[in-house]
Design a protein around this ligand. Structure first.
Ligand code: NAD
Length: 266
C-alpha cells in the first residue's frame, strides 16, 4: 500500500508500540508516519513477534527494535531506558496494544473474573499511563502520545465485555494525562477505530457480526482501512493537531454518530 509522502514529520522521532504484523493498526500509523519523514523505533511483545516486526521496521529504515512485554513490572521503563541509549529525545509515541483472555470476550460481562479484570486493565489501560510516565522524560521539546480505543468503551458491544471497561479507563486516562502533561506541551489523545481485521480484532467472539453491522450502519457504508487510520494517526502525532489534546477521535466511517441505522437494502 502506498502512503501519502511528504515532510510533515521530518526531523521527528517516535516509538511505535504494538506492531504484530502488517495488518496491525500500529503498522498503519507507522507506515503513514514514515512516509512523512519520521524516524521510528519499534517495541514488540516477545521474540516471536520480533521476527515479524523486523522486516517491517527495516522497510521504513528503522533498526531500533526493543522487546517490551508490558505485563512485566518495569518493562515499559526499561524499554524507554534502552531507547534513550539511541535517542536523547522523542517527539511521539503510538501505543496500540491490548489484551484480555479471549474466553471472557464471549457471553455476559457479568462473568468476568477478578484475575482477567486486573490483567486486562493493566495491559490495556495502565500500560499507557506507564508509557506516559517514561515518555515525558524524553520529551523535553513537547510531544504527542497516542493510544487506540474502540466504541465498546462508550457503548455496549456484544462480547467486548471487560475490554470495553478497560478502554473506558484508557479514554479517561487520556484526559487526566492531557491535563497533567499539557504544561509541558505534551498532547495526549486516543483514536477510536472502527472494527478491523487484525489478530486482536479476531479474538472477540462474533467479530464478523460486529464488522458487518458497523459497515452497514456507518454513514460512509464501510469500516475504515488501515490506511485511513494511519492518516488520522498522523494528524494526531504531528503538529497538524497542535491545538488538540485529551480527545477521543473516532475513525469509524461515522458509525458512532448513528442512533438508528438506515433500513438495509434487501
Ligand atoms: P494486533 O493484534 O495487530 O495488535 C495488538 C498488539 O498488542 C500486538 O502487537 C500484541 O503483541 C500487543 N500486546 C498484547 N499484549 C501485550 C503485552 N503484554 N505487552 C506488549 N504488547 C502486547 O491488533 P490491533 O487491532 O492492531 O490492536 C491495536 C490496538 O487497536 C489495540 O489497543 C486494540 O484494542 C485497538 N483497536 C482495535 C480495533 C480492531 O477492530 N482491530 C478497533 C479499535 C481499536
Amino acid at each position: 500500500m502506498s502512503y501519502m509522502t511528504g515532510k510533515i514529520l521530518a526531523g521527528k522521532r517516535g516509538l511505535i508500540m504494538g506492531v504484530a504484523n502488517e495488518r496491525s493498526i500500529a503498522w498503519g500509523i507507522a507506515a503513514a508516519a514514515a512516509a512523512q519523514g519520521a524516524e521510528l523505533a519499534f517495541s514488540y511483545q516477545m521474540e516471536s513477534f520480533g521476527k515479524r516486526v523486523q522486516p517491517l521496521a527495516e522497510s521504513v529504515n528503522s533498526n531500533i527494535l526493543i522487546e517490551c512485554d508490558v505485563a512485566q513490572k518495569g518493562a515499559v521503563e526499561r524499554c524507554f531506558h534502552t531507547l534513550s541509549k539511541s535517542w536523547k529525545n522523542i517527539d511521539f509515541v503510538v501505543h496500540a496494544l491490548g489484551f484480555s483472555d479471549k474466553n471472557e470476550l464471549r457471553g455476559p460481562y457479568l462473568n468476568t473474573s477478578r484475575e482477567n479484570f486486573i490483567r486486562t486493565m493493566m495491559i490495556s489501560a495502565f500500560s499507557f499511563t506507564e508509557t506516559a510516565q517514561s515518555a515525558r522524560k524524553m520529551m523535553s521539546n513537547g510531544g504527542a502520545l497516542l493510544t487506540l480505543s474502540y466504541i465498546g468503551a462508550q457503548r455496549i458491544t456484544p462480547n467486548y465485555n471487560v475490554m470495553g471497561v478497560a478502554k473506558a479507563a484508557l479514554e479517561s486516562s487520556v484526559r487526566y494525562l492531557a491535563a497533567d502533561l499539557g504544561g509541558k506541551n505534551i498532547r495526549v489523545n486516543s483514536l477510536s477505530a472502527g472494527p478491523m481485521k487484525t489478530l486482536a480484532g479476531a479474538a472477540i467472539t462474533g467479530a464478523r457480526h460486529i464488522y458487518r453491522h458497523s459497515e452497514e450502519a456507518a454513514p460512509l457504508g464501510r469500516n475504515p482501512d488501515i490506511h485511513e487510520v494511519g492518516k488520522s494517526g498522523l494528524y494526531l502525532i504531528s503538529d497538524l493537531s497542535s491545538g488538540v489534546t485529551g480527545e477521543t477521535h473516532f475513525v469509524d466511517g461515522g458509525f458512532n454518530t448513528v442512533g438508528v441505522p438506515r433500513e438495509l437494502k434487501l
